[in-house]
Design a binder for this molecule. Structure first.
Ligand SMILES: Cc1ncc(COP(=O)(O)O)c(C=O)c1O
Length: 424
């Protein structure tokens, strides 16, 4: 049995069928902004391995850091023990995140960091003598992960609510932000959220949102003033603000964090994906001193979470080095350059009859079609044209590594153009 056949019969892939799985391609190497398939074909990487691999693959400095840590120790339990990789990573994070965040919970994955954030918010209010504040509010079109608490705040329609309805806690949903990035801010945009807060604030622990870019829930790029208005509303109604920057963090939107577009500090911040430069799974939930102390000042006196691989030294050493590589690079110029190239390469697709919208921010380019795409057909055209791009629903999008050259960006944009002309 060949590898692909074995894979097809035995291995689950993300969101795919055990009966009729989508085609799967074997990778034998990945270097810089390129993936090599088993048949020798090289593809320009348009996805950064789902927003994570910001420096491209096989970064020499991160490889060296990983090897050095592996030869020292790859893991020890974090209960009662600590180590330099966690300390160095935490100090780097605190230096770069919005001012006011002071405590870091290093956990396994983005979804887990959202679970941690939600637990923190609920435990905070319980300890403050307000246990009825246990509901969340989220804008529609959000995506926060696949675990149960994370799922419960994902978009109730395009998320998985209907399937798992009986097992999910019901929260409150506001309409998605409507004013697009770069358009004139319409303060009415925030009115429905104010209504929800006015009605329900006594039972609401936190508002959770993806600042400026809603990712897997629709690739929507919205006005940063919405985030500022959310901060103000949360303060007014005594509700914590959780910003999920798992996708937007580490420069992707043109600022180090999307919150920086409006100088907002959330009470709780979730980071993941590009935290390790896409090398290993690790995420972080950061919070203010007020939240950290508030969680722990009453019974049970500790924050009730502690996964086996918390603070994993190998992942932490990699993450710390990835941050150094990022901050010592000209990442902002690169992200701006990618933004310009994506505008040049994608904007004219707006004129195609099947295209609903084209939008670009930082190193993110989105072509929204009027109807759902045929992933298999479209991907075969992309691959024939030298590009690795994974569309979903109506969305064809790019978020390449920051090192992607102009020539490689042109290959990606050209592949999208060819794909649309062939399949629509
Ligand atoms: C904004 C956001 N939050 C949370 C997650 C979940 O992260 P993970 O897949 O690492 O669990 C994702 C993943 O796509 C995401 O985009």
């Amino acid at each position: 049995m060949d590898n692909i056949q074995f894979d097809r019969e035995h291995i689950w892939h993300p969101y795919t069928s055990a009966i009729e799985p989508l085609p799967c391609y074997e990778v034998t190497a990945a270097n810089g902004a390129e993936i090599t398939l088993a048949n020798g074909k090289k593809l320009v990487e348009g996805m950064s391995s789902w927003w994570a691999c910001i420096h491209g693959y096989n970064n020499k400095r991160i490889n060296e850091a990983a090897k050095a840590q592996l030869d020292t120790f790859s893991h020890v339990m974090f209960g009662g023990l600590t180590h330099k990789p966690a300390i160095d990573l935490t100090s780097r994070l605190l230096d770069m995140v919005p001012i006011g965040l002071s405590r870091v919970f290093l956990c396994d994955s983005g979804s887990v960091s959202v679970e941690v954030a939600i637990k923190m918010a609920i435990q905070y209010w319980a300890v403050q003598g307000q246990p009825q504040k246990a509901k969340l509010v989220a804008p529609r079109n959000g995506y926060h992960g696949d675990t149960f608490a994370a799922m419960s705040v994902c978009d109730p329609i395009n998320g998985m609510h209907s399937l798992f309805k009986k097992s999910l806690i019901q929260h409150h949903f506001a309409p998605a932000p409507q004013t697009a990035f770069g358009k004139t801010w319409n303060p009415d945009d925030i009115a429905p959220l104010r209504d929800i807060f006015e009605q329900h604030h006594e039972e609401v622990a936190a508002l959770i949102l993806e600042p400026v870019v809603q990712g897997a829930g629709g690739m929507r790029i919205y006005h940063p003033e919405y985030v500022r208005a959310c901060r103000q509303l949360c303060d007014e109604f005594n509700i914590l603000l959780i910003c999920d920057e798992i996708a937007t963090g580490f420069g992707r939107t043109g600022e180090l964090f999307a919150c920086n577009h409006v100088d907002v500090t959330p009470d709780i911040l979730c980071l993941g994906k590009a935290l390790t430069g896409g090398y290993l799974s690790m995420a972080a939930t950061l919070c203010t001193e007020q939240v950290a102390l508030g969680v722990c000042e009453g019974e049970p006196g500790v924050f009730m979470h502690g996964p086996t691989f918390m603070g994993n030294p190998l992942a932490a050493a990699i993450a710390k080095t990835s941050i150094d590589v990022l901050l010592e690079s000209n990442w902002r110029a690169n992200v701006n350059r990618i933004e310009q190239q994506l505008k040049i390469g994608l904007t004219h697709l707006q004129d195609h009859a099947a295209v609903a919208d084209v939008r670009v921010l930082g190193a993110i380019g989105v072509v929204e079609m009027k109807t759902d795409v045929n992933v298999t057909r479209l991907q075969s055209v992309f691959i024939a044209n030298g590009a690795w791009i994974r569309p979903f629903a109506k969305l064809i999008y790019l978020m390449p590594p920051y090192i992607t050259s102009d020539k490689q960006l042109a290959i990606l944009c050209n592949a999208i153009e060819k794909g649309i002309h062939t399949c629509f």
